[in-house]
Design a binder for this molecule. Structure first.
Ligand code: CP
Ligand code: NVA
Length: 305
C-alpha cells in the first residue's frame, strides 16, 4: 500500500512541486474568473488541530468546500484523542472514513506515527519542526510576483524554528540560497541544515544576512508551545527585528514575507509589515490556492491515495 503523504517538502520531488505551484496559480485564475474546478466531489478531509489556527483551518475548510468536498474540524477537546485514544488507532479508524487527513500537532513523531497507520494521504498542517503548506504559499507568491526563485538569495531573520526548517527544505527543492540570521542558541536543527549542503548557511549578523537578498522572511520569536519563553526570547532576539534599515540592506526590489500571525515591534517593524515590499496578505491568501492544488494532487482522481 503506497500512499502519498505530505509531511515535509521533501515528500514531493522538485518537478512535482514546480507543477503544483503552476497549478495553484492556474486554480487561482480559474476561481477568480468564476470557473472553480471541483475535482473533489464527495471527498472529505478530516482536520486535527492540537494547536490554534486561523489561516490553516479556514484555507483547508474553505478549500475543500470550493473543490466540491467537505472538511471536518476535529479538536482533542471533543474527540477521544483528548481522552487518550492512541494516535495509531485514530489513524486506522479515520482513514477508513475519509479521503485525506490534515494534522497540526506538536511532535513530528506523532505525525509520522499517524501517517504510518493511515490508508489515506496525511498532510502536515504544522508541527514543532515543519510547516510545509506555508512554503507552498510562499513559493507561489514569489513566483507570481517575481517568476523563478532558482538562483535567488533568501534571508531568514530570527528563530531557527519550524518555518526556518521549511525554508531550508525549500532551498533544496526550489534551488535558492538561504542565509539564516539567528542568535546563538536558536539555530535550526543541525541535521536539517546539513542536509541542505551549501544551499543554506548561518550568518549571525542580520544586516550581513540581508545584504542584497531578494527575499527577506521572518516569523515570531516564540512559537506555539514556547509561550513561557517569551520574555527570555525578547531579549535574545532584540537585534533580530526586520526594520526599514534592514530592508535597505536587501536588493532594492526585495520582497518581505511572514507566515503570520505577526507581532509588530518584535520580529518585524510595523512600517515593514505594512510597507510596499511586504506581500504578507497576498501570501496568506495564497494558502487557499496552494493547498487546493495540493488537495487535488493527493485526494483527486488517480491520486496515490
Ligand atoms: N500561517 C499560519 O499557519 O497561520 P495559522 O496559525 O493561523 O494557521
Ligand atoms: N512558528 C510559528 C508559526 C505559526 C504559523 C509557530 O509554530 O507558532
Amino acid at each position: 500500500m503506497s500512499v502519498q503523504h505530505f509531511l515535509t517538502l521533501l515528500d514531493l520531488d522538485p518537478a512535482r512541486l514546480h507543477q503544483l505551484i503552476q497549478r495553484a496559480i492556474e486554480m487561482k485564475a480559474l476561481r477568480q474568473a468564476g470557473n472553480q474546478p471541483t475535482p473533489l466531489k464527495g471527498k472529505t478531509l478530516a482536520m486535527i488541530f492540537d494547536k490554534s489556527s486561523t489561516r490553516t483551518r479556514v484555507s483547508f475548510e474553505a478549500g475543500m468546500a470550493q473543490l466540491g468536498g467537505a472538511a471536518l474540524f476535529l479538536s482533542p477537546r471533543d474527540t477521544q484523542l483528548g481522552r487518550g485514544e492512541p494516535i495509531e488507532d485514530t489513524a486506522r479508524v479515520l482513514s477508513r472514513m475519509v479521503d485525506g487527513i490534515m494534522i497540526r500537532t506538536f511532535s513530528d513523531a506523532t505525525l509520522e506515527k499517524f501517517a504510518e497507520n493511515s490508508r489515506v494521504p496525511v498532510i502536515n498542517g504544522l508541527t514543532d519542526r515543519f510547516h510545509p503548506c506555508q512554503l507552498l504559499a510562499d513559493m507561489m507568491t514569489w513566483t507570481e510576483n517575481r517568476g523563478e526563485i532558482r538562483g535567488k538569495t533568501v534571508a531568514w531573520i530570527g528563530d531557527g524554528n519550524n518555518m526556518c526548517h521549511s525554508y531550508i527544505n525549500a532551498a533544496i527543492q526550489f534551488g535558492y540560497k538561504l542565509r539564516i540570521a539567528c542568535p546563538e542558541g536558536y539555530d535550526p536543527d543541525a541535521d536539517i541544515l546539513a542536509n541542505a549542503g551549501d544551499r543554506a548557511e548561518i550568518i549571525r549578523d542580520p544586516m550581513a544576512a540581508a545584504e542584497n537578498a531578494d527575499l527577506v522572511v521572518t516569523d515570531v520569536w516564540a512559537s506555539m508551545g514556547q509561550e513561557e519563553e517569551q520574555k527570555i526570547r525578547e531579549k535574545a532576539f532584540a537585534r533580530y527585528q526586520v526594520t526599514p534599515a534592514l530592508m535597505q540592506q536587501a536588493s532594492p526590489d526585495a520582497l518581505f514575507m511572514h507566515c503570520l500571525p505577526a507581532h509588530r515591534g518584535e520580529e518585524v517593524a510595523a512600517e515593514v509589515l505594512e510597507g510596499p515590499q511586504s506581500v504578507v496578505w497576498e501570501e496568506a491568501g495564497n494558502r487557499l490556492y496552494a493547498q487546493n492544488a495540493l488537495l487535488e494532487l493527493l485526494l483527486g482522481q488517480g491520486s496515490a491515495g
